[in-house]
Design a protein around this ligand. Sequence first.
Ligand code: MG
Length: 236
Amino acid sequence: MTRLLCSLAAAFVAFAQDKEPPSVSPGANGTAPSDAIVLFDGKSMDKWIARSGSRNLCDVRNGEMICRSGVGDLMTKERFGSAQVHVEFNLPSMPNQKGQLRSNSGVYLQGRYEIQVLDSLNNPTYTNGMAGALYGQHVPLVNPSAGPGRWQSYDIIFHAPKCDASGKVSASGSLTLIFNGVLVQDHVPVMKLTGGAVSENLCEAGPLLLQDHSGFKDAPLTELRYRNIWLRRLAE
Ligand code: MG
């Protein structure tokens, strides 16, 4: 009996090994791999809309989107569930500001869960609101912030909450975040919405959203630069 089970197991392993994974050509220097959806290619904002309804989105120059305060939150037209996401950002120097007021933005997954964007180099604030935090929920493991004027990156693995047939959440979502090449969130559960979520239905697909923080109390006007944004859909 044991021998039979071993033979069956070996046959299963051999079968599994026979299934070749799809080929994907990697991108150079963080650019999109061949099976990614490119959300910002450095040339146009065609894949984006402003939450405010404004038609004036960011300027596009030198492969970057340059977003001034007041444009409002930017959202992808594309909506998604579980995904691998890559975003690069470059923060302005704001030495006269501190804490949450120094170069605040955010990358919202599904328009609901904010990964904080902030100049967190020598800029203390509450720890679950610093750069690399899942805002209000999870403190980053370490702080690899590079400071203003430098290109920084978030590589995100997001699994959306699972829902049953009646539309109720049956399992929490999860987040893994690599910030400037350093692991800062290690498969943490996504437990609640961040304030300002575009939809409270956790079972719906949602956009990638870049936060315009200028509407918050005492928030200064600023200018944020993003580039090279892509995502790969993951199986639910
Ligand atoms: Mg923010």
